[in-house]
Design a protein around this ligand. Structure first.
Ligand SMILES: Cc1ncc(COP(=O)(O)O)c(C=O)c1O
Length: 376
């Protein structure tokens, strides 16, 4: 393998609930969730049964044929999507979903320029990388495939000046995940919605990380009271089975005849079975309420030890630290708790399973309080 990832100092061999069990027998509370993916934790019987049952029936067929299991997944997703987003294109990853959403926006508007938000992250492919803040230094292509400019975060005035009749789309994360779980101000998001509507530009909500219940709502835009024109979702969508989706209004569907978009694996039967199982389980187990309760508990109990503040929504939270977040991550790992870091060196991230329990947050609070002050 190319050594492109720094790797954490343990090897998971199994998962149970919110814990991962390592090759040397450690049990680690996973608040990182495989980077916001493990929505139902590990070994959830509903997800295991859905994937195993589907594998037994039919492992794969492409979009060249209709599949009942795919239709059920699309219906389940539309059912929980913001009002009016009632068509789905199923793909495989967050970057691929964003790539297609941007392609759709260019086609719908005939315009050539996109705006994104400073510090946003949208993926590593050409178009998704082009709208990712600072991506030139990570995944640089020789040039971006279209014109891009970045609106300063939460700058309502700049949004007003920059969004005009030349803009095809504005892409934004309601909670900027990689940046450190930074929730955009409701006034800024409302301004994005108002200006894009006024100028015929499309508003694309990238909910790859914030979507599928992680915000305590099915989608973080629900919490902000905004309906975008296009919405992308991935990570938690299949609970660990790789899949993603672009959602758009029915009115856009008329422009998409045979061959207008494509993918080999997107909407495959295993992914479709996983999507339906995740959505059914969120509903059946009241996981949205659970997420909101755990968020409240983290806010109330976890501003302790090195943590001076909490940002974000639901279980996409940033723990703002009084020292490098990587040090706090290592201290917590020594106490058998895994959190993520972020591109903000002072912010550790919680991207826990939506099934997180009260006792898990209590364990985190105790561990944080146990971390000695810097230079102690
Ligand atoms: C908000 C957001 N968009 C897009 C992506 C890219 O998703 P993927 O890695 O599945 O391509 C990520 C991944 O972290 C993300 O957080």
């Amino acid at each position: 393998m190319l050594p492109v990832y720094g790797q954490l100092p343990f090897v998971p061999v199994r998962g149970e609930g919110c814990d991962i069990i390592t090759s040397d027998g450690r049990r680690i509370l996973d608040l990182y969730g495989g980077h916001a993916v493990a929505a139902l934790g590990y070994g959830h019987p509903a997800l295991t049964a859905a994937i195993a049952g589907q594998a037994d029936e039919l492992v794969f067929q492409s979009n060249a044929v209709a599949l009942d299991v795919r239709a059920r997944a699309a219906e389940a997703l539309v059912d929980v999507a913001p009002d009016g987003l009632d068509r789905v294109f199923l793909v495989n990853s967050g970057a691929e979903a964003n790539e297609n959403a941007l392609r759709m926006a260019f086609r719908a508007t005939g315009r050539k320029k996109v705006l994104a938000i400073e510090h946003g992250f949208h993926g590593r492919t050409a178009a998704a990388g082009a709208v990712t803040w600072g991506s030139a230094k990570w995944y640089g292509f020789p040039s971006t495939p279209f014109d891009v400019d970045f609106i300063p975060r939460d700058d309502v005035g700049a949004a007003g000046r920059m969004i005009d009749d030349s803009i095809a789309a504005v892409i934004f994360e309601p909670v900027q995940g990689v940046a450190g779980a930074v929730d955009l101000s409701p006034a800024f998001v409302a301004a994005l919605r108002e200006r894009t509507s006024r100028h015929g530009a499309l508003l694309i909500a990238d909910e790859v990380q914030s979507g599928m219940g992680r915000s305590g709502h099915y989608f973080a835009v629900d919490r902000l009271g905004v309906v975008p024109d296009l919405l992308t979702v991935a990570k938690a969508l299949g609970g660990g089975f790789p899949c993603a989706a672009v959602l758009c209004p029915g009115a856009m569907a008329k422009d998409y005849g045979v061959g207008a978009l494509g993918t080999t694996f997107g909407g495959g039967p295993l992914a479709a079975a996983a999507i339906t199982a995740v959505i059914d389980t969120i509903r059946r187990e009241d996981l949205l309420d659970n997420v909101l309760a755990r968020e409240a508990q983290v806010r109330a109990r976890c501003c302790t030890g090195p943590v001076t503040g909490v940002t974000g929504f639901g279980l996409l939270l940033g723990l703002v630290c009084d020292r490098p977040a990587a040090q706090v991550r290592d201290e917590l790992l020594a106490r058998d708790i895994l959190v993520g870091t972020s591109s903000d060196p002072r912010v550790a991230r919680i991207l826990a399973p939506l099934t997180l329990e009260e006792r898990h947050v209590a364990k985190l609070a105790r561990a944080l309080a146990d971390i000695p002050p810097p230079n102690a």
